[in-house]
Design a protein around this ligand. Sequence first.
Ligand SMILES: NC(=O)c1ccc[n+]([C@@H]2O[C@H](COP(=O)([O-])OP(=O)(O)OC[C@H]3O[C@@H](n4cnc5c(N)ncnc54)[C@H](OP(=O)(O)O)[C@@H]3O)[C@@H](O)[C@H]2O)c1
Length: 280
Amino acid sequence: MRILITGGDGQLGTALQQTLSDHTLYLVDLPDIDITKRQIISKYVQGVQPEIVIHCAAYTDVDGCARNPALAYEVNGLGTQNVALACQEAGSIMVHLSTNEIFAGNSFRGYEEWMAPDPINPYGHSKAAAEAFVKALVPRFYIVRTAWLYAPGGRNFIHAILERARNTGEVKVVADEIGNPTYVRDLSEAIGKLITTGQFGIYHLVNEGTCSRWEFANEILNIAGLTDTLNLPILSRQYKRASKPPLYSSLLNITGRSIGITLCPWQEALNRFMTDHILH
Ligand SMILES: NC(=O)c1ccc[n+]([C@@H]2O[C@H](COP(=O)([O-])OP(=O)(O)OC[C@H]3O[C@@H](n4cnc5c(N)ncnc54)[C@H](OP(=O)(O)O)[C@@H]3O)[C@@H](O)[C@H]2O)c1
C-alpha cells in the first residue's frame, strides 16, 4: 500500500517506518513540509495519492502548548484540519493520533472510547479540536488515542529518571498522576494490524495496565538495578509546570480488544525496551 506518515521523523513516525517497511512510505515532517500550510500539504497528498495517511505530526510539548495556546491550536487543530481536507480530496483513509489529554482526568475507572472529550489544558483542547475536524471531514478514519509514549533515542521520562538517579541518588516523582506508559514499537505494530481491518472508529491503544508516574519510575529503577535510589512520591501540585495534566486519564482498550488488537502489559514492554535500548 501507499502510506503517507506525517511527523514521520518523530518518536512514533520512526517506529512506524520500521513496522510498515513492506509498504511504500512517504514521509512528511518539518522543515520540508509544514502541515499548517494548507496548499502545500494538499498538493503533496494529491501528488502521492496515498491509500492511507497516518497523521502523527503535532506540537507535542504539553507545557509549550500551555505557554502558547495559539500555536498549539494552529499546529494540532488547524494543521489536522488541513491533513483531513487533503485526505478528503484524495479519498485517503486517515489514521489520526490522539491522546489521553483530551480527557479531564477525573474518571477513576478509566476512559472508554465512547466517552466525551472534556480537556482541561491547551494541548488537550487543541487535540480535541483535531478529533472534531477528522470526524467532520474524513469519511473513513481511525482515531487512535494513546498515552505516555517512549521510544529509543529520544529524551523522555525514562532517560530523565535514570539520569537523575545516577547523578544524585534521589528522584522525586508525582504519585497522583495515573496513566498508561506505552512503547512506540508496540503501538506501531497495533496500528499496523488496525489498518488491515477496515473497522473504522475510535481506539484506545496503550500497553495494558495502568500506574502512577511514581510506580513507573520505580519499575524503571528496578529494571536498571538502581534499587538504592531514593524514590520520593510527591503530589502533582508540588511539581510546578506550565500545563495542568489530567490526573486520572487511564485509557481502556475496549474497541481494539473486540477485534483482537491488544498491547502487552506495560511492565513487559518496559522490560523489553530497557533490555534492548538502555541496558546493553
Ligand atoms: N509523546 C506522547 O507521550 C504522546 C502521548 C499521547 C499521544 N501522542 C500523540 O501521538 C502522536 C505522535 O507523538 P510523538 O511522540 O511521536 O511526537 P514527536 O516525537 O513530537 O513527533 C512529532 C513530529 O511532528 C513534527 N511536526 C511538528 N509540527 C509540525 C508541522 N507544523 N508540520 C509538520 N510536522 C510537524 C515534529 O517536528 P519537530 O520535532 O521538528 O517539531 C516531529 O517530528 C502525536 O499526534 C501526539 O499528539 C503522543
